[in-house]
Design a protein around this ligand. Structure first.
Ligand code: BGC
Length: 745
C-alpha cells in the first residue's frame, strides 16, 4: 500500500516536472496559448488592467483600499509608479498568490534617467549624438531595472512645433527625420539586445498620435490635420521606434478630427496593428479610456471601454473602465472574445519574453539595486551628456570661455544655488535618496576655479514675481568682479505635462536684472535654464554671451562649469526653432514655400509672414555655436543625374579654422522643387557630427537615395518623383554653406 502511494506520488511528481520542463522549453506562443486555455474571462480582463501604486502619482488618483486583494485575485495585470526592488517584490509576491500566478509587469516613467538624472530629452536631442543618447537610455534602464521596473513609458516621440506646449521638453523637437533617428537610439538604449535581460527595460513609443500638434499648444487639446501631414510629419518617429523593436505603444489624450486616439481604429487597427504589423501591446494614457466621457465620445465607462478595446487599445491605465465593464460587454456581445484574447495574448507574450514566468523576482534584487544605482560611471556619463546638450547661442568678442584664473567672478541669479531644479520635469522620485547627488551650478563653478579666484554670490531676484530689492546687491558684486555669470530661466515645474504657458518669455524681472548688470559694463555670461524654447529678445540682443543650459540633470553644475571655463567646447545645435516673439508661433524650418514667399524682410507683397516682425526666427533649427569656427568647401556630387533605384554620393570638406579643437554638426537638407503636391523648402535628411582638431579638415560623405527623396505623393503612395532636387549642406537650416542641384530621371 505504502509503495503504491509512493509510486503515485513519484509518477505525479515526474509527470508534473516533465510538464513544467516541457512547458518552459515550449515556444512562447505555445506557452501563451496553454495559459490562456486555463484563464477565466475575469482573469483575462485582469491582464488588461493597470493600476497605480500609491507611492507616487502621475495623474489624478482614485485610491483603492482593495488593491492588494485585486492583485491576489488576478484582477490586475500591471502596476505603475511602483519602484524599488523591495516594493516590486512585495507586489509580485501578492500576484504569486493568484490562481494562475501570472506575474505583474511594473511600468514607470523613466524619461531621462532614474536616480542618475540625465538632461531632459529635448536637451539631449540637441547633442545630435545618437550614441550618447543610447548610452543615456541604457544607464536609465540599468538603474530602473535594478529597482524592479520592467517597462518605461518612454520615449516620447511626438513632433513638437509649438513651444507653448509644456511637453516639448520630453521629445526630440520639431524634425521628423531627426526625431526618428533619436527614437531608434532611445529604444535601442532602453531595450538593449533583449528586453528580458536584467539591465534592460521594455520601451513604449508615446503618445500615439499627434499629441504634439494640440491646438494652441494647450496640453490635452484637440488636433485636426490632414492624413498626409499625420503620415508624413507625426507618424514616422513611431514607425522608427517600431522598426527598432519597441515593445509597446501608448495612446494619446487628444482627439484627432473628433476621434480620441485611445479609441481610434484607424490609428490602432488600420495603421499600427495592420499596415505596420505591430505585435506588442498598446496601453492607454493615464485615465484616457475614461476621459472619453469628458470628450463626449462615450456616455459612460462601459461605452468608453467598448470603444477603446474594439479600437485596439489593449491595456487600460488607471481608468478602471475595462475591469468594471468588459465582462458584461463580452456577455452582451458588444466586445468579442477574439478581441479580448488578442489583447491578452499580446500582454502575456511580452511577459513571457521578459522571462517573468520563469522568475517573477528576477528584477527584485536589492543587492543589484544598490550596486547599479550607486555606480560612479553613471555620473560621468551624465556629465558627458549634459555638456553635449548645452547650446552656445551667442558669444560676442569671445567672452567665453572664461579663464579659470580670473581674480573675481560674480555668480548671480535665482537658479545658481538651486539643486533639485536641475533635474527638470519627469524626474523619478527614488525612495531613500536625497538631493546630495545633484551638483548645483554654484558647486560646479566652485570646484572648477582655482583657489586664487574669489567667487561672489547674489540671488538678485526670484524666478517669478516682481521684487527688485535684490538688484542692488547683485550690481554691487558685479562691479567688484572681472566677469559675471547670470543664471536665469524657468522653475522646473513651468515646463512639462499640463504646463503649457501662454507667455513663454523669461519669467518675472530676471531680464531687468540682466539689464542692471549690463549697465555695470562688465562682461555678462547668461545661462538660460528651462525645458522649452523661450522668447528673450532683450537678452538675445544685449547679452554678450548666452548658453542655453536647459535642465541638465544630476551633473548640471559640473557640465556647465566645464563649458564656461573651456574644458568642453560646446557642440550642440537646436532641434526646435526659437521664435522671436510669441506671435510667431508656430514657426518651424521645414514649412512650405507658399505662393508668395518673401525673399527678405522688406518684401512688400511676397510676404507669408507678419508686417511687424522679421521673417526669421530668433534662432533657427540646427543653430548652435562653438568656441571655434568651421568652413565648408569642395562640394562634390558623383552623379548629378540619376535614375530611381540608383544613388548619388555627396562629399565635401569641413575645416576647423579656429584656435581650439571642436565638433561640428554638418547637416544635409534636400528640397524637392516641383512635386505632385507641394514640398517643404528644406528637409533634414542626414547629418554628421565630426570632431576636428584646430586647423584640421575632414571629408564628409552622404548618400542620396530614393528613400531620402520619398514622400506621400498626390495619390498617397509613398515614394520619390522624378525631377529636380536642391542638395544643401548647412551649419544650420538657415546657414546653408554649399548647394547643388541634382535630377532624378
Ligand atoms: C502621461 C504619460 C505618462 C503617464 C503615466 C500621463 O499623464 O501623459 O506620458 O506615461 O501619465 O505616468
Amino acid at each position: 500500500m505504502k509503495n503504491n502511494i509512493l509510486r503515485v506520488v513519484l509518477v505525479t511528481l515526474v509527470s508534473s516536472c516533465t510538464i513544467t520542463l516541457f512547458a518552459q522549453q515550449a515556444p512562447i506562443p505555445q506557452r501563451v496559448e496553454t495559459l490562456m486555455q486555463q484563464m477565466t474571462l475575469q482573469e483575462k480582463i485582469g491582464q488588461l488592467n493597470q493600476y497605480n501604486d500609491d507611492w507616487e502619482a502621475t495623474g489624478p488618483v482614485t485610491l483603492d483600499p482593495n488593491k492588494a486583494e485585486k492583485v491576489k485575485s488576478g484582477k490586475v495585470g500591471s502596476l505603475l509608479n511602483c519602484n524599488s526592488a523591495a516594493r516590486t517584490r512585495h507586489w509580485q509576491e501578492l500576484a504569486m498568490q493568484s490562481r494562475l500566478k501570472i506575474p505583474l509587469i511594473f511600468g514607470q516613467d523613466v524619461i531621462h534617467g532614474y536616480k542618475t538624472t540625465f538632461p531632459i530629452p529635448l536637451a539631449e536631442a540637441c547633442s545630435w549624438d545618437l550614441e550618447a543618447i543610447t548610452r543615456s537610455a541604457r544607464i536609465a534602464a540599468a538603474e530602473a531595472s535594478a529597482a524592479g521596473i520592467h517597462w518605461t513609458f518612454a520615449p516620447m516621440v511626438d513632433i513638437a512645433r509649438d513651444p507653448r506646449w509644456g511637453r516639448v521638453m520630453e521629445g526630440a523637437g520639431e524634425d521628423t527625420w531627426l526625431g526618428s533617428r533619436i527614437a531608434e537610439a532611445q529604444v535601442k538604449g532602453f531595450q538593449g539586445d533583449h528586453p528580458g535581460t536584467p539591465g534592460s527595460l521594455i520601451a513604449c513609443a508615446k503618445h500615439y498620435a499627434a499629441y504634439g500638434a494640440a491646438v494652441g499648444g494647450r496640453d490635452y487639446n484637440s488636433v485636426d490635420m490632414s492624413e498626409r501631414q499625420l503620415r508624413e510629419v507625426y507618424l514616422p518617429p513611431f514607425k522608427a521606434a517600431l522598426d527598432a523593436g519597441v515593445g509597446t505603444f501608448m495612446t494619446s489624450f487628444n482627439d484627432i478630427g473628433g476621434f480620441p486616439s485611445t479609441a481610434n481604429p484607424f490609428l490602432l487597427r488600420t495603421i499600427l496593428k495592420g499596415e505596420w504589423a505591430f505585435r506588442g501591446f498598446v496601453v492607454s494614457d493615464w485615465g484616457s479610456v475614461g476621459e472619453m466621457i469628458n470628450h463626449g465620445f462615450a456616455a459612460n465607462p462601459a461605452e468608453a471601454a467598448m470603444k477603446a478595446i474594439n479600437a485596439g487599445c489593449d491595456m487600460d491605465m488607471e481608468s478602471r473602465c475595462y475591469i468594471s465593464s468588459l465582462d458584461s460587454l463580452v456577455k452582451a456581445g458588444k466586445v468579442s472574445m477574439d478581441v479580448i484574447d488578442d489583447a491578452v495574448r499580446r500582454i502575456l507574450t511580452l511577459k513571457f519574453e521578459l522571462g517573468l514566468f520563469d522568475d517573477p523576482y528576477k528584477w527584485c534584487d536589492t543587492e543589484r539595486e544598490k550596486k547599479e544605482i550607486g555606480d560612479p560611471a553613471h555620473a560621468e556619463a551624465a556629465r558627458d551628456m549634459a555638456r553635449k546638450s548645452i547650446v552656445l547661442l551667442k558669444n560676442d568678442n569671445h567672452v567665453l570661455p572664461l579663464s579659470k584664473n580670473l581674480k573675481t567672478i560674480a555668480v548671480i541669479g535665482p537658479l545658481v544655488k538651486l539643486v533639485k531644479e536641475n533635474k527638470g520635469f519627469w524626474d523619478v522620485n527614488v525612495p531613500g535618496t536625497d538631493s546630495s547627488f545633484i551638483v548645483s551650478q554654484w558647486e560646479g563653478i566652485k570646484s572648477k576655479v582655482g583657489s586664487q579666484t574669489r567667487l561672489l554670490y547674489a540671488k538678485g531676484c526670484d524666478i517669478g514675481g516682481n521684487r527688485r530689492d535684490g538688484f542692488a546687491e547683485a550690481v554691487k558684486i558685479a562691479r567688484e568682479a572681472d566677469a559675471v555669470i547670470l543664471s536665469i530661466g524657468e522653475r522646473r515645474d513651468m515646463t512639462g505635462e499640463a504646463k503649457s504657458r501662454s507667455d513663454i518669455t523669461i519669467p518675472g524681472v530676471q531680464e531687468e536684472l540682466l539689464k542692471a548688470l549690463l549697465e555695470t559694463g562688465k562682461p555678462v555670461v547668461v545661462l538660460i535654464n528651462t525645458g522649452r524654447p523661450l522668447v528673450f529678445p532683450f537678452t538675445s540682443e544685449k547679452a554678450p554671451a548666452i548658453l542655453y543650459t536647459w535642465w541638465l540633470g544630476s551633473e548640471a553644475g559640473n557640465a556647465i562649469a566645464d563649458v564656461i571655463f573651456g574644458d568642453y567646447n560646446p557642440s550642440a545645435k537646436l532641434t526646435m526653432t526659437f521664435p522671436r516673439s510669441i506671435g510667431q508661433i508656430p514657426i518651424y524650418y521645414n514649412h512650405f514655400n507658399t505662393g508668395r514667399p518673401a525673399q527678405n524682410d522688406s518684401d512688400r507683397f511676397y510676404r507669408s509672414a507678419y508686417i511687424d516682425l522679421s521673417l526669421y526666427p530668433q534662432y533657427e533649427f540646427g543653430y548652435g555655436l562653438s568656441y571655434t569656427s568651421f568652413t565648408y568647401s569642395n562640394l562634390q556630387i558623383d552623379k548629378k543625374s540619376f535614375k530611381e533605384g540608383e544613388s548619388a554620393g555627396v562629399s565635401f570638406v569641413v575645416t576647423n579654422t579656429g584656435s581650439v579643437d571642436g565638433e561640428e554638426i554638418a547637416q544635409l537638407y534636400i528640397r524637392d522643387l516641383v512635386g505632385s503636391v507641394v514640398r517643404p523648402v528644406a528637409e533634414l535628411k542626414d547629418f554628421k557630427k565630426i570632431f576636428l582638431k584646430k586647423g584640421e579638415s575632414a571629408t564628409v560623405h552622404f548618400v542620396i537615395d530614393a528613400e531620402k527623396l520619398s514622400f506621400y505623393r498626390a495619390d498617397m503612395t509613398y515614394g520619390p518623383e522624378p525631377g529636380e532636387f536642391d542638395i544643401m549642406i548647412g551649419a544650420s537650416s538657415r546657414d546653408v554653406r554649399l548647394r547643388e542641384r541634382v535630377v532624378m530621371e
